[in-house]
Design a protein around this ligand. Structure first.
Ligand SMILES: Cc1cc2nc3c(=O)[nH]c(=O)nc-3n(C[C@H](O)[C@H](O)[C@H](O)COP(=O)(O)OP(=O)(O)OC[C@H]3O[C@@H](n4cnc5c(N)ncnc54)[C@H](O)[C@@H]3O)c2cc1C
Length: 377
């Protein structure tokens, strides 16, 4: 049986970027993905590259590395990631004070330009001037996350990487060393195993008796077919409730709620926003909820009407576009910008998940991870 240098569990953007970077360094790598047709956070993502969002020297450097990487990624992978640079427009609610909201953004690597209502509507004519007190403008980037993931996978295969569509159900464990994985069909051995299984990382490891502090939200969003008009920007709210929701994860941790058989459900939040992709299709979102059971069912018809109701005052035209509401899990960490590195007290097992601003940080960290691995040899 072949013994791989690395097995990566999860073929979303994080696992695919890491598999590619390791294969580029001539390691033998097996990427295991459970779904032959993607149905994950990467597929439903806005694709935004928040390279401005670093708040420390380290994350500012990573933001700069990330956007530079994306500027050349299509060429490097020989596959179109649909990268483009465009403005992010953060709408300020009527009841909020624009100057105070702008001050909250002073901590970021790039600070926004504060626009009054007229300037905001000149930049994004679909905005309803009666619904906002102004907006913040930031330089942003966008990729098509699914096409980028596919481009990573094609380039990975070109470097000799192997992709198999099999669900990992167990780890091969010898004492405190992980020596590979077991899928429904096969057993695969490896010197190193990385879990990049997004929102399912926690349950996969918990089921094997390995406790990690990686969390997930349940996201709900509407995807549309291509439309006959063009958005000039990515529109999101300046005050996002998602971050406050994520902060409740550690409260649940302290009550051991993530380990309980009975799921705990925390109230959902809705951050109204919209992005358009190069084919002119839209993604309108987004509801985020914390429920400790990954398989929790959400009423997607209700979610769709709630999203439409909240987007209607800000972007009336968008709220009427027909579309389909989807659900996915989005991993996050409350310990810095990601859960990356060796799993404590085990040899041969690593995490690569839970990223903040995943699309800009994860590709850059994947490159660093592969470089570091070579240096450590
Ligand atoms: C509406 C929305 C908008 C977003 N907008 C942005 C944005 O603008 N910018 C940004 O940076 N981020 C954004 N995000 C977040 C970002 O999309 C995610 O953080 C990112 O896609 C996560 O990638 P991933 O590889 O970690 O997880 P996923 O894409 O979920 O991939 C994990 C993969 O692991 C596989 N897997 C799980 N368990 C197993 C197993 N046992 N065996 C084999 N395979 C397994 C799954 O099938 C899945 O394909 C957004 C997310 C959503 C939902």
């Amino acid at each position: 049986m072949k013994n791989y240098d690395w097995i990566i569990i999860g073929g979303g953007i994080t696992g695919s970027a890491l598999a590619y970077e390791l294969s580029k360094k001539k390691f033998s790598v097996l990427l295991l993905e459970k779904d032959a047709i993607a149905n994950n956070a990467t597929l439903y993502s806005y694709g935004g590259l928040a390279y401005w969002s670093g708040t420390t020297d380290e994350t500012r450097q990573l933001g700069a590395e990330g956007i530079e990487l994306h500027r050349h990624l299509s060429e490097e992978l020989d596959g179109d990631t649909e990268f483009r640079e465009l403005d992010l427009l953060l709408t300020i609610n009527q009841e909020d004070n624009p100057q105070e909201i702008a001050q909250d953004y002073d901590r970021f690597a790039i600070t926004p330009q504060l626009l009054d209502i007229k300037q905001a509507c000149e930049l994004e004519p679909l905005l309803n001037p009666d619904a906002i007190a102004g907006a913040l403008r930031l330089p942003h980037g966008q990729i098509d996350p699914q096409k980028t993931t596919q481009a990573y996978q094609v380039a990975f295969r070109r470097h000799g990487g192997v992709i198999k569509y099999e669900s990992v159900i167990d780890l091969i464990r010898q004492g405190d060393t992980i020596q590979g994985v077991i899928t429904k069909q096969n057993t695969y051995q490896s010197a190193n195993t990385v879990v990049a299984a997004g929102g399912l990382t926690r349950s996969l490891l918990q089921g094997r008796g390995i406790s990690v502090k990686t969390y997930f939200t349940h996201a709900q969003l509407i995807k549309t077919a291509p439309v006959d008009f063009e958005l000039k920007t990515i529109v999101m709210p300046a005050v996002q409730q998602r971050f406050a929701l994520e902060a409740t994860a550690s409260d649940l941790e302290s009550r051991s709620a993530w380990e309980q058989p009975e799921p705990t459900i925390v109230k959902s939040i809705l951050d109204p926003g919209v992005v358009q992709f190069r084919d002119r299709s839209l993604c309108i979102g987004q509801i985020s909820a914390i429920a400790t059971e990954p398989k929790t069912n959400f009423d997607l018809a209700l979610a769709e009407s709630q999203i439409r109701h909240q987007i209607a005052p800000i972007l009336p035209k968008i709220s009427e576009i027909p579309g389909t509401c989807h659900h996915c899990l989005v991993a996050f960490s409350d310990r810095g910008i990601a859960d990356v590195g060796a799993v404590e007290s085990l040899r041969g097992l690593y995490l690569f998940t839970g990223f903040t601003s995943t699309l800009v940080f994860a590709p850059a960290i994947a490159k660093r991870f592969a470089n570091q691995t070579i240096e450590n040899l």
